[in-house]
Design a protein around this ligand. Sequence first.
Ligand code: SAM
Length: 329
Amino acid sequence: MAVYGTGALDMYNTKKEKVLFSITEKNDQGRSFYEVDNGLPITQQEQLHHYLREADKDTICVPSTRSMRIVTDPFNYTHEDQVLPIQPEQLFFMDYTSKKDLENTDVLDIGLGSGVLSIFSLLNGAASCVGLDINSRAKMLAGYNAVINNIDKNFHIKDGDAADIFRSVDGKKFGFICSNPPFEPTPPGIDYYVNSAAGIYGLDFVDDILANVDRHLLDDGLLQLVTMAPGNAKKPFKLYESIEKYLPGCSVEIVLDLQPILYADFVDRFKNIFGHDDELINHMKKTASDDGVTHLHMLILKYKKGRHGRITEINAQKVYETWSTPLGV
Ligand SMILES: C[S@@+](CC[C@H](N)C(=O)[O-])C[C@H]1O[C@@H](n2cnc3c(N)ncnc32)[C@H](O)[C@@H]1O
């Protein structure tokens, strides 16, 4: 097993196939949204060369705000240092990001992975970005992705820290902090993807961000997360308990995906796909049932520092997470 407590993660086989995603901003009746046009194995060099030639046509170093190319690991890369492929959650994040919030802003991206959210921010008006990750593969691919997207702004890729998420940016403040954090409910004590493991409710990482974010936001700065959170069929009440605990009396806006899934179905994947112990999974289900947790909601959370109020909810305009259709290979 690789060690990732100290900010480093040994890399597994880097020759393993990677996937190139092409993500484009589309317009429909005045509303813009993002779509994955393609998710192809990188060895289909024809395609890669085509994309790079297209980029060159716009003249080198003029970044495109309308489309991005992102290389990740494939879905079937099974080591714990997998660099997360593009999924509906990143598109959800992009669709609900206001370009005004990014304009001339210094961004912090916690858990940058392939760098997709950092690069999106830099292409859409951010002045600079610091991206943190504990996964060496992620830092390497994020750098590569910055190059193929012609990023010509300051993009600092720094070590994350498993014990203290904000350690690398101690004393620094940002106008926009974003994260697609590890958020999967994960059985205790198993080796699992670093990109996803987050305690039995999937809330451990989010709690840590909420508890510490005020120290790193400028006055009026914005925290924007895309995450999954536990609750009942109607709302992710466990997340709301965390918000009330760490940001009491604050105004927080939630955009709920339209299709929550059953907690029990989600954790059964650990038995069915990964062959984990019945007892472990049943214990998770029993804890959830005792706490009234039945569902998991994909959502966007927006918190503006210093703004008082309450938690408000709106529904997304479409279903993002269908839970059955990977977008790439
Ligand atoms: C759900 S993935 C999201 C990656 C990328 N932002 C995206 O949207 O595709 C979460 C990322 O957080 C990273 N991570 C886990 N623990 C971390 C920590 N303590 N500090 C920084 N990054 C961490 C993982 O390695 C992974 O790349």
